[in-house]
Design a protein around this ligand. Structure first.
Ligand code: SAH
Ligand code: SF4
Length: 338
């Protein structure tokens, strides 16, 4: 397979399962050429489950009255960050719903405090914000930002995200890039209304954006949302999308997401074997972790903490890869034209 000649028809055929053996082998070959067998770790702190948005797919949407809400204090966030730093992991991801309770300068102070204590990369995933806000956080020391485009189908995007405009999200990505963040985006696969053709377009367009990070996962129906009765995204299609993205974006950092595991036990490990090179264990405190329930299964407490560090380490080894404690900055950083 020559990645340079992958036409839309070929991408579509692979997504439909034309030749998984060939596709997955080619993706793993590319990942080994660029990253060897290394899997990077990103410790994630989900510090608030409040959200002012009302995305129809998400368990944290403001319209969900059944969820008990929590916010971590600055001290609690710094304590989690300390756990990540002390574990040897070299990237912290700070993620929340869109929660204006924390002021821009509150977040900036948290970033500065973490950076002053640890030689660690900080990735933010705090949703759509103003340019000034992104700039403040960048100046405080944030290195990377994740903001998914969610869907390349305009209609399903606007149906699923009332009161928001897709162009705004694109503008956020552009602004983040101007501010010299490492930028990550991606989609949910199988959002109601989306088709495989929309995934073809997403693969093409996300590739054209030369992203540093590409995050994808299946849509998983949450029973406290308007999408409760919808069908989950197809994990096989997500695995194929991982593989295609790896082939088309050899240097991108691609996480195998926990939604993979929620949709199909073992899905996250499989993701590593078909092109993904990043795992994001959760360091959200146990007492609130299961309240960060974006989709069912996410952070739900079990005997073994499936989202935690120990499970991640065991899984990486079982998959046949090497645990890397390095920062895992994007090889594209500084080389990217637009
Ligand atoms: N509020 C921020 C970050 C938290 S949501 C934001 O929206 O960007 C992080 C990601 O979770 C979203 O980008 C979305 O792709 C994913 N997500 C939300 N609901 C989901 C669901 N039901 N199934 C799978 N992924 C979901
Ligand atoms: Fe809020 Fe993000 Fe969930 Fe949308 S996906 S409701 S912005 S947490």
């Amino acid at each position: 397979m020559n990645s340079m000649t992958l036409t839309n028809t070929e991408i579509r055929d692979y997504l439909h399962g034309k030749n998984d053996t060939e596709l997955f082998a080619a993706a793993d070959r590319v990942r080994r050429e660029v990253f060897g067998t290394d899997v990077y770790l990103r410790g994630i702190i989900e510090f608030s489950n409040y959200c002012k948005q009302d995305c129809l797919y998400c368990g944290l949407r403001r319209g969900n009255r059944s969820v008990r809400r929590y916010r971590l204090t600055t001290d609690e966030i710094l304590e989690c960050a300390g756990e990540i730093g002390d574990s040897g992991i070299s990237t912290i991801v700070l993620q929340t719903g869109e929660d204006p309770w924390y002021s821009d300068s509150d977040i900036a102070e948290i970033i500065t405090a973490i950076k002053s204590q640890y030689d660690i990369a900080i990735t933010l995933s705090l949703g759509e914000r103003k340019k000034e806000t992104y700039q403040l956080w960048r100046e405080a020391g944030a290195d990377r930002y994740l903001i998914r485009l969610e869907s390349f189908n305009e209609k399903s995007y606007s149906d699923a995200r009332p009161g928001t405009v897709r162009k705004d999200r694109l503008n956020c990505l552009e602004t983040l890039r101007e501010l010299d963040y490492e930028v990550g985006s991606g989609i949910m696969i199988g959002l109601p209304g989306d088709t495989v053709d929309d995934v073809v377009i997403a693969i093409r367009d996300l590739t054209a954006m030369h992203l540093h990070m590409i995050g994808m996962g299946p849509f998983v129906a949450h029973n406290q949302t308007p999408f409760a009765e919808e069908t989950n995204g197809n994990v096989d299609i997500v695995l194929r999308a991982y593989a295609l993205m790896r082939i088309l974006n050899p240097t991108a950092n691609i996480p195998s997401t926990s939604a993979m595991e929620s949709a199909r036990p073992g899905g996250r490990m499989r993701g590593l074997q078909v092109g993904a090179n990043v795992i994001m264990p959760s360091f959200t405190p146990k007492r609130v972790k299961e309240l960060y329930n974006i989709y069912p299964g996410k952070n739900v407490q079990q005997d073994i903490d499936e989202d935690g560090l120990q499970a991640a380490l065991a899984m990486i080894e079982k998959a046949g890869y090497n645990i890397s404690w390095a920062r895992g900055d994007s090889p594209l950083k500084g080389k990217c034209s637009n």
